[in-house]
Design a protein around this ligand. Structure first.
Ligand code: NAP
Length: 307
């Protein structure tokens, strides 16, 4: 599996990450074990978690499924997130961050996280508290690298000015059918809706500051509305994906992932499927680079516009 460096960290990560938002007690344990082991065998050994996934159980199910021990732990990289208190608030307080990490480590049956992300911006954030929490976690070895998720450039900049550690990643929703970060950059200073600032500059800011963008929900449109693949609301997109799939001799799933991987910003998509076969189709995308013309054609087939 092709790898990239995660931000300024010393982690060399597979270009496609595997996420566990959808892992819960309804998932068959044997299926989960097979899925995770297949991912590792195929070089997809970077796993994305959060303290709240699967109703707070995804991390535990994951570690049980693979029978976490020292020899497995050294073969994989684990990223988790904190800062969402479901249905209540977002919480970047020192207390919450430290308690959340302890909970994740216990559920994952490990001594450390390779990466910890702040999940969604908390408007009550005091950056000094985040700094204290991160310094403690770094010093006691519980977390090796830090990042954020769903943050705009000013939120990242404000944090970075107050932290003693670098931010190595910003995890953002990004797919062909949900790409305001890209649309607004392509429609600067226009009166059309795509020009509305919904994350413009994030890609350039992250490239400038060597922060890896991770793309969540690469197959979804809207906020948890479902996939656009084989969806009758996206006829042109599906026709274009089929055309490209035929050209490259792969599935539409692989082309969707390669659309993200072919962007020069070295974005790391995170797959969310729990089906082994589909995950392997996603990994195949690491071997395909779409041309500029193909990339733009797919972008426009989803209804995204150019000025
Ligand atoms: N930072 C954040 O705020 C945030 C938010 C959400 C998610 N995330 C992370 O991002 C990861 C990925 O998110 P996601 O699960 O929404 O990603 P996704 O890969 O876009 O979506 C996965 C879902 O789409 C279905 N799917 C995928 N490919 C398909 C295809 N070709 N045809 C039909 N259905 C298809 C899957 O069904 P099957 O299972 O049947 O394949 C699954 O239900 C999460 O696991 C989590 O780690 C982060």
């Amino acid at each position: 599996m092709r790898t990239i460096k995660l931000g300024t960290s010393d982690l060399q990560v597979p270009v496609v990450a595997v996420g566990f938002w959808r892992l819960n007690r309804n998932t068959d344990v044997k299926t989960a074990e097979d899925f995770i082991k297949t991912a590792i065998e195929n070089g997809a050994n970077f796993f994305d978690h959060a303290d709240i996934y699967g109703g707070g159980e995804a991390e535990k199910i994951f570690s049980e499924a693979i029978g976490m021990n020292d020899s497995i732990r050294e073969k994989i990289m684990i990223q988790s997130k904190c800062g969402i208190v479901p249905g209540t608030s977002f919480d970047f307080s020192k207390k919450h961050i430290l308690e959340s990490v302890d909970g994740s480590l216990k559920r994952l049956n490990t001594d450390y996280l390779d990466v910890l992300l702040l999940h969604r911006p908390d408007t009550f954030m005091e950056p000094e508290e985040v700094c204290e929490a991160f310094d403690i976690l770094k010093a006691n070895g519980k977390v090796r690298n830090f990042g954020v998720s769903n943050e705009n450039i000013w939120q990242m900049e404000y944090l970075r000015q107050n932290l003693n550690v670098p931010l190595v990643a910003n995890q953002m929703q990004l797919s062909i059918a949900h790409c305001p970060m890209i649309q607004s950059g392509l429609n600067v200073n226009m009166f059309n809706d795509s020009a509305i600032e919904r994350g413009s500059g994030i890609i350039e800011y992250c490239r400038l500051n060597k922060i890896t963008i991770q793309a969540w929900s690469p197959f979804q449109y809207g906020f948890a509305k479902g996939t656009f693949i084989d969806n009758p609301d996206f006829p042109e997109l599906n026709a274009k994906l089929s055309e490209m799939a035929e050209k490259y001799g792969v599935s539409k799933t692989t082309i969707v992932m390669s659309w993200i991987l072919s962007h020069p910003a070295k974005i790391q998509p995170i797959t969310g499927t729990l089906k082994k076969e589909r995950m392997l189709e996603c990994l195949k995308a690491a071997d395909i680079t779409l041309s500029r013309e193909e990339w733009y054609a797919i972008y426009m087939s989803a209804g995204n516009i150019l000025p």
